[in-house]
Design a protein around this ligand. Structure first.
Ligand code: NAP
Length: 331
């Protein structure tokens, strides 16, 4: 098959689907037209995938490592079969297929497309202790002709850039939506996408506040100037206690399943819920809204918004306290 800009030629099974939906991808070399080969240095597992793998393996580093290696070996991509989610990666451009000029060999880049559609071969996963979703690896990945990427900034540590770029879609969408809103509640507001979303909402002129699962996280978020509530978002009864905190935009940034009902309950009638979490179930969201008789607009949080990488990195540059939180966590 001729090289397709969407990577159709890399699908082994089932035939006819796009790489994201594929069970198995072809990782073979040489590069086809327009493709980019990346020497991979670090993977960032999507938070829902990482959380699920931790549960499945009991957090044992060796089992975690083996599970990641076996998924990549079986599928030719890091596509968690349980959560359906992936993550992204950073590395150095090792080769560029015919018909393409950028990026150039030697450029250090982050992919801005999901690992669920990125052909990947791992040679080793040596030093990962399983404590963080970032995995130092050796191997190579292939970006298709239309695959989005960002050049890694020189002034930020790689681990920090990777953490921010992984979730850049969240603040970018919040920045767009919050312009029309008064109150923005971020569920899981203490995580990566959550904190970025809080700053994006406040910069857009809305009052932004957070729902987090622990007092420690609430204190961290309060120290950044955002009001915070402590509750388990997978417990709708707990959400009922917080109805005074209802917002006209609710942003779901958690890494666990079962939080659709609370998100819907905490949106004002006629308000909007943005489900950025990969642990969201369409069925649970649709049927919970129906069951509770709530008229809210529900949006799927896409990982891509034009300019999202710049927007997220600019947020860090504009807010030294935000940058400090990411530095503390990722450097
Ligand atoms: P993260 O840094 O792990 O943050 C998730 C936050 O949710 C954590 O602070 C966590 O608290 C909190 N949380 C967990 N259980 C909760 C509960 N029951 N009630 C309230 N809060 C709870 O994750 P992230 O990297 O920001 O990612 C957030 C979500 O976005 C994940 O589902 C991820 O898969 C998804 N994602 C989506 C896209 C996309 O394209 N839409 C792209 C990237 C990531 P603890 O740490 O204390 O448990």
């Amino acid at each position: 098959m001729d090289a397709s800009e969407h990577g159709l030629h890399r699908v082994i099974s089932p035939k006819g689907v796009l790489p994201q939906q594929a069970e198995v991808l072809d990782t073979s070399l040489p590069l086809r037209r327009g493709e980019v080969m990346i020497d991979v240095e670090r993977l960032n597992l999507d938070a829902a995938s990482f959380h699920q793998l931790l549960e499945e393996t009991g957090g044992h580093p060796e089992e975690l490592r083996m599970r990641v290696v076996s998924i990549v070996k079986a599928r030719g991509k890091m596509h968690n079969p349980a959560t359906g989610s992936g993550g992204m990666l950073i590395g150095t451009v090792a080769g560029v297929g015919e018909g393409r000029e950028e990026p150039r060999r030697g450029d250090r880049i982050a992919t801005l497309v999901s690992l669920t559609l990125t052909p990947l071969v791992l040679y080793s996963v040596a030093e990962w202790d399983g404590q963080t979703e970032q995995i130092p690896v050796e191997g190579y990945a292939i970006l298709f002709a239309n695959g989005l990427y960002a050049n890694l900034p020189d002034d930020l540590p790689d681990a920090l850039s990777l953490a921010v770029l992984d979730v850049a879609g969240a603040p970018a969408q919040v920045a767009r939506l919050a312009r029309e809103k008064r109150r923005v509640l971020v569920i899981g507001g203490g995580g990566k996408s959550g904190i970025l979303s809080l700053f994006a909402a406040r910069d857009a002129g809305a009052k932004a506040f957070a729902l987090v699962p622990t007092e420690a996280e609430a204190d961290e978020v309060r120290a950044l100037g955002f009001e915070s509530f402590v509750a388990d978002a997978s417990d709708p009864a707990a959400a009922m206690e917080l109805l005074d905190a209802r917002a006209d935009l609710v942003v779901n940034c958690v890494n666990v399943p079962g939080t659709e009902a609370a998100s819907i309950l905490l949106a004002e009638e006629g308000g909007t819920v943005l489900f950025f979490s990969m642990a969201t179930s369409f069925t649970a969201a649709a049927l919970s809204a129906e069951g509770m008789g709530r008229d809210v607009q529900m949006l799927i949080g896409s990982g891509y918004v034009p300019g999202h990488a710049e927007l997220a990195l600019n947020l860090l540059a504009a807010h030294p306290d935000l940058r400090r939180v990411f530095e503390d966590r990722y450097t």
